[in-house]
Design a protein around this ligand. Structure first.
Ligand code: NAI
Length: 280
């Protein structure tokens, strides 16, 4: 593994590109929109400059990392790479279309990885003629800081693909965990229903938002309360994940809380909209 294309230069893509270049890989950061790649590269520069200011990195290292990142809007340059990590919009039809295109462009050895938060890797893989080389590589936000990578094995992924991706995650300073395909994987399957349950407590008037969060911080030793965490993740994202869990399993324990739905309908999406369970 020498050269990696990161497709999608948004929140996750720019973070993945930074982590890969920091680990010494040559990175092609690609997006449909020129302004997105410019912005993505700028975010990386800013992050690295902050690390220099904090004394975590020297100026030489910063330049070395930036020199490893090239930007492009030409997907056809995937012909040059050993791995593509896609971090584009969370829409199964778009991801399937893009992976089918990459399948045509990439050399036969190239692995196609998806950073999807909840979609089926098996279904995405089936859009290509190389389903044994398609895998889920689920990073967490902010990528340069968060240590975990969930490695999601779809129905047809080969052992070799899984091993290569786990090794890569380790080289990027991350801890990989093995996950067989299942809605929400590990983290979101546990975390998002907890946030949903906190919303039920609030809706039922069992306690106030402040006290629910204080209880979980002091009683369960969580660094942040579940309602504040929901606001950080985005309530629309939380609702979408609850709906995936519910639709995929049909299990009523995953029913989205009506209060969560109401907040999303009102546009109170959390920190990004200035208001969610709390006001910012
Ligand atoms: P974002 O909206 O910040 O970035 C997406 C980027 O993809 C945009 O720059 C957009 O121009 C680009 N894009 C869209 N369609 C494209 C195409 N066909 N070809 C090339 N580029 C295209 O989104 P974000 O938050 O970075 O999410 C990306 C993926 O990562 C999604 O699948 C999301 O579910 C997943 N994810 C997000 C996390 C988060 O906390 N934001 C955490 C873990 C996974």
């Amino acid at each position: 593994m020498r050269k990696i294309m990161v497709l999608g230069a948004g929140t996750m893509g720019s973070g993945i590109a930074q982590a890969a270049a920091t680990a010494g890989f040559s990175v092609l950061l690609c997006d449909v929109a020129e302004e997105a790649v410019v912005h993505g590269f700028h975010v990386i520069e800013k992050n690295l400059s902050n690390a220099v200011k904090k004394g975590k990195l020297d100026e030489y290292e910063k330049k070395r990392i930036l020199a490893l990142i090239a930007t492009t809007t030409e997907k056809s340059r995937a012909v040059e790479v050993d791995l593509v990590i896609e971090a584009i919009v969370e829409n199964i039809d778009v991801k399937k279309k893009v992976l089918a295109e990459l399948d045509e462009i990439c050399p036969s050895h190239t692995i196609l990885a998806s950073n999807t938060s909840a979609l089926s890797i098996t279904e995405i893989a089936r859009a290509t003629k190389r389903p044994h080389q398609v895998i889920g590589m689920h990073f967490f936000n902010p990528v340069p800081v968060m240590k975990l990578v969930e490695v999601i094995r779809g129905e047809d992924a080969s052992d070799e693909t899984v091993e290569v991706i786990k090794e890569l995650a380790e080289k990027m300073g991350k801890q990989p965990v093995d996950v067989k395909e299942a809605p929400g994987f590990i983290v979101n399957r546990i975390l998002i229903p907890m946030i949903n349950e906190a919303a039920f407590l609030l809706m039922e008037g069992v306690s106030s938002a402040d006290d629910i969060d204080t209880a979980m911080k002091l009683g369960a030793n969580h660094p942040i309360g579940p309602l504040a965490l929901g606001d950080l993740v985005g309530l629309d994202v939380c609702l979408a994940i609850m709906e995936t869990l519910y639709n995929e399993t049909g299990d009523s324990k995953y029913r989205p809380c009506p209060l969560l739905r109401k907040k999303v309908r009102a546009g109170h999406l959390g920190r990004k909209s200035g208001q969610g369970f709390f006001v910012y």
